[in-house]
Design a protein around this ligand. Structure first.
Ligand SMILES: [Zn+2]
Ligand SMILES: [Zn+2]
Ligand SMILES: [Zn+2]
Length: 214
């Protein structure tokens, strides 16, 4: 009888011991699982950042050695290569918080007419260094675009003094402006290249910088 009681007690003790062990193992597993989970999450976060960085770098490299500086027909000063991220950093997000809008969308054709002009009394805003011409209407809207000073002359004067270039009439140089493919949509990707003139706060997308290049 005594033996049997002892045996029962021993079994009971053993059972309790096993239950305690199992519960300890379960606790440890739960802790390990949480540790593993947070390690995986941390790793995923790092991978994401790395991929984002690498993708941005790849994007920069995809464009074959973009020009460091461009001169364009639609801005007085040269534009320097930068990125949306760098502009945000430079201006502490104040101006470019919502991305960079390419100014190219403001230049769409001539405001007057695309016709070849031949009225000798018509006033032309003329650059004698490169024969750049703006009609009066376009000049009033965007007078500041040309890198050289513009002089007001009549077509009759140009015809008289430069018959070779102006014998067949004249056309406003705004006629070739075709706006921007982005059509006013902000460029938000911080790794995207933009061309920037800090003095005039004038920015162009890569496509416009290329098409308006002089
Ligand atoms: Zn015009
Ligand atoms: Zn000029
Ligand atoms: Zn553009």
């Amino acid at each position: 009888m005594d033996d049997s009681v002892n045996e029962q007690e021993m079994l009971k003790t053993l059972e309790v011991h096993v239950i305690n062990e199992i519960s300890l193992i379960k606790d440890q597993q739960q802790k390990d699982f949480l540790l593993l989970k947070s390690a995986i999450e941390e790793n995923n976060k790092m991978m994401k950042e790395l991929i984002q960085q690498e993708f941005g770098q790849a994007k920069l490299m995809m464009l074959e050695q973009p020009a460091k500086e461009v001169k364009v027909k639609i801005n007085k000063g040269p534009l320097a290569l930068t990125t949306v991220g760098k502009l945000k950093e430079k201006y502490k997000n104040a101006v470019y918080n919502d991305g960079v809008v390419c100014k190219g969308n403001q230049f769409v054709g001539c405001k007057n007419s695309d016709k070849i002009g031949n009225d000798p009394n018509e006033v032309i805003n003329h650059c004698s260094q490169c024969n750049f011409d703006l009609c009066q209407k376009c000049f009033e809207l965007i007078e500041n675009i040309h890198e050289h000073p513009l002089e007001k002359v009549t077509y009759g004067h140009l015809l008289e003094t430069q018959k070779d270039s102006y014998g067949g009439g004249w056309q406003c140089d705004c006629r070739s402006f075709q706006g921007c493919v982005l059509d006013g949509k902000a460029i938000k990707d911080q790794y995207e290249i933009v061309y920037h003139d800090a003095i005039n706060q004038f920015n162009l997308c890569v496509s416009c910088a290329n098409s308006y290049k002089v």
